[in-house]
Design a protein around this ligand. Structure first.
Ligand SMILES: Cc1cc2nc3c(=O)[nH]c(=O)nc-3n(C[C@H](O)[C@H](O)[C@H](O)COP(=O)(O)O)c2cc1C
Length: 417
């Protein structure tokens, strides 16, 4: 019976354990988590989502405070079009986070940064270019382009000295998205180094509509693998979404995947950035507690726990401090929804907004509990302790469980002393 350790992901001449821990913003996939994946010979991700805020928390900078101070006169204004990111600040924050992570790297694995196109930041092209270039400048091993179609993202990096040596990959949820991406970038003569095929059971934003349940990762993976074979393109394909055990991973590796990207199992790792109380919410969740809804202002459906405090909250938009989701015209679907509720409840001090959420603020405060479909199985991966809480696990334990387990088994961690 095969196990994940019988396979290797090959990039050029180098071989890796074919386990990638997916990027989870905002700092849910911490540097510590990514570093463990790299130390164990796999691939870890940090995320550049809300990087100015992450930098403030980790490296005692004051980027968010300074931006808020600059735009404080606009806080009560529903027009956010003048709220801009300073590109120098953005570069500095990205570099700090990437450099600090890369300088702590040990072992033979790699560290990539997850870069979501949907963080449009009121100047989509300029800010994305700075994010990509700064991560490359700071020595990141690779960049995973996510949450968006990224048709122009390779072009934004084309003049960078590391454009051809860094590993660059893209997440797609259909063969069609990949075909268009390749066509749009054909003139750059630079293929992606890997393609992550993310199915409908993943956490975070989904590349599907609310009919997500009609899609199947194995089918999409087979279509992508077949397409690349027909086109004689040798690009490693990485399967993601709902791969919960080592045996699940093996079945994808035996069917054309070069590696798997996993995340949900690691949300309850000691190294994961979620607060301890939120990890317990993930453990306690039952299948009925997990929903896919459209409250994210990005326009993509998102999977989350029903009990997320972000759902129905009506906080004032925080764009002067954050503003990561402002489109190129200074709009965000949450601002529209919030203004509508305020206008229809003129006498209320507090409003509730059900159809959208202030994603920046709630992700930043860990109040939007996005999760994968199989979150309800996390309780089966550990011990329930006296008092009713669940024991969190080390990332090493989870990683090795994927790497070595067979027969759909999940190894429980050693009980605390
Ligand atoms: C809590 C959480 C946050 C996530 N955030 C992001 C993100 O910021 N960007 C992204 O591209 N994918 C995100 N994902 C998706 C993962 O990177 C990964 O591809 C997917 O969840 C793998 O499926 P699994 O969770 O069933 O293992 C997130 C997943 C989870 C569970």
């Amino acid at each position: 019976m095969k196990r994940v350790d019988d396979f290797r992901l090959t990039f050029g001449k180098k071989k890796f354990v074919p386990i990638m821990i997916g990027g989870m913003g905002v700092d849910i996939s911490t540097a510590e988590l990514a570093l463990e994946a790299a130390r164990l010979g796999g691939i870890g991700h940090i995320s550049d989502a809300m990087v100015t805020d992450v930098s403030d928390r980790l490296y005692q900078t004051t980027f968010v405070k300074s931006k808020l101070k600059l735009y404080k006169d606009n806080v009560k204004n529903s027009d956010k079009s003048k709220v801009q990111f300073d590109l120098g600040t953005l570069a500095e924050a990205t570099k700090r986070h990437v450099e600090a992570t890369m300088s702590a790297k040990r072992g033979d694995g790699l560290i990539f940064v997850n870069c979501m196109e949907k963080l449009t930041m009121n100047a989509p092209r300029e800010t994305l270019q700075v994010r990509l270039a700064s991560a490359l400048d700071a020595g990141i091993d690779g960049i995973t382009l996510s949450a968006g179609l990224h048709f122009g993202s390779f072009g934004l990096m084309a003049e960078h000295r590391r454009f051809r040596d860094a590993k660059l990959g893209i997440i797609v949820s259909s063969v069609r998205a990949l075909q268009i991406f390749l066509r749009k970038n054909a003139k750059l003569d630079r293929l992606p180094d890997y393609v992550i095929v993310e199915g409908p059971l993943a956490g975070g934003h989904l590349g599907f509509g609310l009919d997500w349940a009609q899609y199947n990762l194995a089918v999409i993976l087979a279509e992508v693998v077949q397409y690349l074979k027909t086109e004689q393109l040798s690009i490693p394909v990485i399967a993601a979404g709902g791969i919960f055990t080592g045996s699940d991973a093996v079945s994808f590796l035996e069917n054309g995947a070069a590696a798997v990207q996993v995340a949900t199992r690691f949300t309850v790792a000691n190294e994961c950035g979620l607060p301890a109380k939120v990890k317990q919410e993930y453990f306690r969740a039952s299948e009925d507690d997990i929903v896919v809804n459209t409250i994210s202002p990005t326009g993509y459906p998102m999977r989350m726990l029903k009990g997320s405090p972000a759902i129905g909250a009506g906080i004032r938009p925080n764009c002067e401090a954050y503003g990561f989701l402002l489109d190129g015209n200074g709009h965000c679907a949450y601002i529209t929804a919030y203004n509508r509720e305020v206008a229809s409840h003129p006498d209320s001090k507090i409003v509730s907004v059900m159809d959208k959420t202030c994603l920046c603020t709630h992700m930043r405060n860990f109040n939007l509990w996005t999760c994968g479909h199989y979150t309800y199985r996390l309780k089966d991966t550990t011990h329930r302790l006296e008092g009713g809480s669940y024991q969190t696990l080390s990332a090493e334990h989870i990683f090795k469980d994927y790497q070595f387990s067979v027969d759909q088994k999940i190894a429980l961690p050693a009980l605390p002393a």
